[in-house]
Ligand binder design. Sequence first.
Ligand code: GDP
Length: 473
Amino acid sequence: KLTLSDPQGTHAAFDEHYTSTEMGRSSNCLSRQEHSLFHKASARLGMPAELSFALAKYEEMHKRCSQDKNWTHAFSNPDPADTCDYLLYTEGPAGLGNRLLSLASAFLFAVLTNRVILVDRSGDIPELVCEPLSGSSWLLPADFPFEKLDHSVPKLREAYKEGWNDTKVIYLYLREDQNGDDRQFFCTATQQKLESIKWLAWNSNQYYIPRFFTLAPFWQQLVQLFPDVSLVFTHLSRYLFLPNNSIWDRIVRIHLSYFSSAQKRLGLQVRLHSRGDLSEFYPPAYTQIMNCLINNELLPNVSTTNSMAPSFNHKQQKPTERTTSVLVASLQFKYYEEIRILYMNNPAQDGKFVQVHSLSHEGREWHSLDQDIKAFIEMWLLSFSDEIATSSWSTFGYVAQGLGAITPHLLNIRGDFEKNGLPSCVVGQSIDPCNHFPFMNSCESESLSSEHSQWIQQHIKPCQDEGNGLQLV
Ligand code: GDP
């Protein structure tokens, strides 16, 4: 029913969204049907058949295991006759990008190990996304006894110290400050032991999917599910993180108002880490960003000597046909403002027009639902870009490039970047996010098949923005 005859698919997307909204069509998740129309043409990807099949099987299992379940009772008094296993997911303190990457990792772990994932509804993510599973819910009831998890459930490190006897629940602590025995999670022997544990709880702020590919029990299944491993997060995020209808309506409205009619869309995501005061505008970072954008022709250079733009034939070309629309996402207002003023006061050397937009300038992170909604909207809008420049080490940027299936220009604006002489940016080696803390040597020597080792050499690389990190390429 949808037509893709116009290159951006804008008209089709507009028609589809507004007819369906006006007519009140009974869809509980408009973004599921519509999102692909907003991505650039080369980023409209079908899901690999093996993955669709595995997800359908997972949904069926989730539905069967959820039937007539009182979750609080099932958790507090596990029934020995119950054949299902479970994974509890709580959001924990972290920025939205980190939490989304952690949830995607937990979900894939649940699929790989045949566990029903159950999500704590007190977090913000359930307020942002559609329920992903067809036929059953991944949300736990509001009165689920999460407080028990913090007090009485052993972490992996404790199970290793005190023994596994009669353990029915284990708490997986997979944050960046996990200690030695928490890291045993990444060992084949631990994975085998965990198979007999009915309930696992996942507490992480990291993207662990690249690390799963290094584990012998998961590798073969994973390469079947994902024929192109640079798109693992893209496929999972377009399944799990589709905006709910009210947020989707805001995203569509903003996109159609500010971005869709431009000839080209550029997403710029500016995030400074490892600096004392993150709320400040940092001029060397601005210089680095503009060097990247102009040297790589993401934006035109400006003429500061000639105040007249090269002439063009108004009759032949509409202004929108030579306009680049830039979305600047940043906690700080001034990056947006500087770029906007630059192109307002000076003509582009190639005679093109540059429009610059920003949706928010929060100043700093404080983790509220309102801030998460803004961040989520910006991640999605960035994902509709034709090209994107993201900040090194930022999970916010990873989510945007992943949702959009866009190879980013990765800005070198982390730490003391101006002292280390790095180029202003590099083209990303992959669309998939970086696993910042993979804890590679956490197991006693485990031998992998030579086929697996060769595959790892070819498809898992140190990240460009984190030498100790791992990235699927
Ligand atoms: P990371 O810290 O760069 O890895 O990204 P996270 O998303 O994990 O954490 C940063 C948090 O700060 C986000 O979740 C937002 O709440 C906020 N934030 C950072 N940059 C932006 C931005 O460009 N726009 C908005 N709206 N919020 C941002």
